[in-house]
Write a protein that binds this ligand. Structure first.
Ligand SMILES: Cc1cc2nc3c(=O)[nH]c(=O)nc-3n(C[C@H](O)[C@H](O)[C@H](O)COP(=O)(O)O)c2cc1C
Length: 349
């Protein structure tokens, strides 16, 4: 069905196509069993204290204002991350701001955290109990006087909701945000988050989402500061504002964050580096260029306990999760692994 509709969808402006996808999902009446696969129990795992059916999640940025997460669970995802949500509603950058690089199976976006703001989104989630593990990704408003305060405000708003909160310091489309990868800024941010968490009554998991463009020398400090401040997991990685040289599509020099195939190996390499230091202390969620069972397997064997995708669904449509699950089960069985835990970090070359 998607391959039949794809030429029509790809003729639309990418943001219009996205809005249409959100609208259609609201009317998703397709039965859930259309997206399940045989022997899925081998993919069962635990993430932040909750059992999930499979380790394939939808990455942040698709359901920015938490409108359709329950419909997305129906497509067979093991978990969903909504956001990035900012304290106040925000329009984002000028349009056009999403570009399809078809020749590279990639996207470039410079959306700039367009979302309906924390108050509306909080009410929406309160009124629509999630049917699965839900992550809420938070960030600061553009031009805010104090980014740390914005993170704190969002964290406090969402304490009672969802299963984990992601502190997004890695979008390339908000000026100054990625400075939080530097030790002195990261310490300030994470110690503040840790402080309010300890005072709260909620046992909430906090994750940190990292850029693929960091210098290798940052890794040790990021790990040390994260562990010291009780961060529960790392998401590796967000989009890249570099790596344009080998791209084929003429839109390759659009300003913004690159996602999809061209960042696949970049993020896998970073996962390996982090996993070598972290081992099983806290889980890594691997993101970047996943659109098949083998690309999901690469991330898991590099050390990710679970994975997420976004761009893969744009190119392959909503059945991509089913396809990944089927292929992943075959690979796991062929290689003689008994369960997903055995796969995680099995390739450390
Ligand atoms: C259009 C678009 C919007 C995105 N918006 C966000 C966002 O708001 N917050 C965030 O943390 N990541 C955002 N991302 C990054 C994705 O969550 C993911 O980290 C990245 O795209 C790499 O995965 P992929 O190659 O599977 O797309 C966005 C990505 C795309 C393509």
């Amino acid at each position: 069905m998607f391959s039949f509709l794809r030429p029509f969808i790809f003729n639309l402006d990418p943001e219009k196509a996205h809005n249409l996808a959100i609208k259609s999902l609201k009317f998703n009446i397709l039965p859930e069993n259309l997206f399940t696969v045989d022997n899925e129990q081998i993919l069962k795992t635990n993430l932040f204290g909750k059992e999930i059916k499979n380790p394939i999640g939808l990455a942040a940025g698709f359901d920015k204002s938490a409108e359709v997460y329950n419909e997305i669970f129906k497509l067979g995802f093991g978990f969903v991350e909504v956001g990035t949500v900012t304290p106040k509603e925000q329009y984002g950058n000028e349009k056009p701001r999403i570009f399809r690089l078809e020749k590279d199976r990639a996207l470039i976006n410079r959306l700039g955290f367009n979302n309906e703001g924390s108050e509306i989104i909080k009410k929406r989630i309160e009124n629509n109990v999630p049917n699965g593990l839900l992550g809420i990704n938070i960030g600061p408003n553009k031009g805010t006087k104090n980014m740390v305060n914005d993170f704190v405000k969002c964290a406090e708003t969402f304490f009672p909701l969802g299963d984990y909160l992601t502190i997004n310091i890695s979008s390339p489309n908000t000026d100054g945000l990625r400075d939080f990868h530097k030790s002195e800024f990261l310490k300030e941010l994470l110690s503040k988050i840790n402080e309010i968490r300890e005072k709260s009554n909620f046992k909430k998991s906090f994750l940190l989402k990292i850029s693929p463009d960091i210098e290798e020398t940052f890794i040790d400090n990021i790990i040390e500061i994260s562990l010291k401040n009780n961060i529960d997991g790392l998401i590796l990685t967000n989009t890249s504002d570099r790596n344009r040289d080998n791209l084929l599509d003429q839109k390759k020099n659009e300003y913004g964050g690159l996602s999809g195939q061209p960042i696949k190996n970049l993020s896998t390499k970073l996962i390996k580096k982090f996993y070598k230091e972290l081992k099983d202390k806290i889980p890594i969620i691997g993101v970047g260029g996943i659109d098949s069972g083998s690309s999901a397997f690469e991330k898991l064997s590099a050390g990710a306990s679970a994975v997420q995708l976004y761009t893969g669904m744009i190119y392959k449509g909503p059945t991509v999760v089913k396809e990944i699950k089927k292929e992943l089960i075959d690979i796991i069985r062929d290689k003689g692994f008994k369960n997903l835990k055995e796969v995680v970090g099995s390739d450390l070359n």
